[in-house]
Ligand binder design. Structure first.
Ligand code: GDD
Length: 292
C-alpha cells in the first residue's frame, strides 16, 4: 500500500528484497517495473549501506520486521535482530554515508501492555509484553535517541492494527475471512483497534511532510473483540458463526485491550479514520468473494 501511494505521487521507489526460495511479492506484483529492488536484509549492515548508496533516498520508510507477535515467542532472537538491531543497523548506515533522508520508523501499539485504563496515546507508558513488542520498543527508542542527539528527521508511527484485503494469511482478520466455515482460533476475547492499511500509509507519508519530526499514535479509537470481528465477517458472508477454540493459536501472553487515542495525529496531520472494524470486515469479505 505504501509503494502504491508513493508511485501514485510520482516518487522513484526503491525496495529492499529479502532472499527467499519462493517468491513473496504478490502484494506488489502489479507494480512491476515501477519499483527498483535491492537484495538486502536489516540484519546485514553492508547490504543496507549498498542499497542506500545506490538509491540515495530522500525518504526512508522502515516497515521491515518479523511482524507476527505469536511467532516472536518461537524466534525471539531473530525477532530482536530484525526489529531491534535492524533499526540500529539502518540508522548507522545512514550516518556512515552522511546522507540526510527523512525516516519513518514503523512502531506499534504492541509497545503497550493493554492493561492501562482508557485509550493509549503517545504519553501512555510503554510496557511491552512480548519479544516482538520489546524488540519494537528498542527500535522506537533508538530512533528517538538519534533524532534527539544527531538532529535526524525521524518519526515513529505508533500504528494500531491495520489490515486490508492484502493481509497475510496468518493474521487474525484474514484467517477469519478465509476460514469462516471451519474457524479455529486462539483467544477470541482480546480486543483490537482495527484500521485500514491504505489510510494508515497515507498518514505515515504525511508524518514525513511535516516541518518537524515527531511521534504519532494512529488508531480509529474503536475497539473490537476478535469474536465480534468474526461475527461481522459471518454476517457479511451471511453464514452462522461457529468458532472452535484451538490452543495452538493462543499466546503465552497476549495484550488484552488496544484502543488508540489518536487526537494528536487527527489535529496535527488533519486526519480522520474512515474505515473501522465492520467496514474492514466487509471490504475483506467482498475481496475474497471476488477472488472466488
Ligand atoms: N494471528 C492469530 N491467529 N491471532 C489470533 C488467533 C489466530 O488463530 N486467534 C486469536 N487471535 C488473537 C491474537 O491472540 C491477538 O490477540 C489478536 O487475535 C490479533 O492477532 P494478530 O492478527 O496476529 O495481530 P496482533 O494484534 O498480534 O499484531 C498485529 O498488530 C500489531 C499492531 O498492534 C501485527 O500486525 C503487528 O505486527 C502489529 O504491530
Amino acid at each position: 500500500h505504501l509503494a502504491d501511494l508513493l508511485v501514485r505521487k510520482g516518487y522513484e521507489v526503491h525496495g529492499l528484497l529479502r532472499r527467499s526460495s519462493t517468491f513473496n511479492k504478490q502484494n506488489i506484483d502489479h507494480l512491476r517495473g515501477k519499483i527498483q529492488y535491492h537484495y538486502a536484509d536489516l540484519t546485514d549492515p553492508f547490504s543496507l549501506i549498498w542499497a542506500l548508496k545506490k538509491s540515495n533516498p530522500t525518504e526512508i520508510y522502515n516497515l521491515g520486521a518479523q511482524s507476527h507477535v505469536q511467532i516472536s515467542w518461537e524466534i525471539p532472537y531473530y525477532t530482536a535482530q530484525v526489529d531491534a538491531i535492524g533499526v540500529l543497523n539502518l540508522l548507522e548506515a545512514v550516518r556512515v554515508l552522511g546522507i540526510k533522508p527523512k525516516i519513518y520508523q514503523a512502531s506499534t501499539s504492541e509497545l503497550f501492555s493493554g492493561r492501562e485504563r482508557g485509550a493509549q496515546n503517545e504519553k501512555t507508558p510503554k510496557d511491552p509484553i512480548s519479544p516482538y513488542g520489546t524488540s519494537k520498543l528498542f527500535g522506537f527508542q533508538i530512533a528517538k535517541n538519534y533524532r534527539d542527539a544527531y538532529g535526524m528527521f525521524i518519526c515513529n508511527g505508533i500504528l494500531f492494527n491495520h489490515d486490508s484485503e492484502r493481509r497475510g494469511d496468518n493474521f487474525v482478520t484474514k484467517k477469519i475471512v478465509r476460514d469462516i466455515k471451519d474457524l479455529r482460533l486462539g483467544n477470541i476475547y482480546t480486543k483490537r483497534d482495527f484500521g485500514y492499511s491504505p489510510e494508515y500509509m497515507e498518514i505515515a507519508w504525511k508524518m514525513l511532510q511535516q516541518d518537524k519530526p515527531d511521534d504519532y499514535v494512529v488508531a480509529t479509537g474503536e475497539t473490537t473483540s476478535i469474536k465480534q470481528f468474526a461475527q461481522y465477517v459471518a454476517d457479511a458472508y451471511g453464514v452462522p458463526l461457529n468458532i472452535k477454540i484451538d490452543l495452538e493459536y493462543s499466546r503465552p501472553n497476549d495484550v488484552p485491550v488496544l484502543k488508540g487515542d489518536a487526537r494528536k495525529a487527527r489535529k496535527k496531520l488533519k486526519w480522520k479514520p474512515k474505515v473501522k472494524a465492520k467496514e474492514l470486515a466487509n471490504l475483506m469479505v467482498n475481496y475474497e468473494k471476488r477472488k472466488l
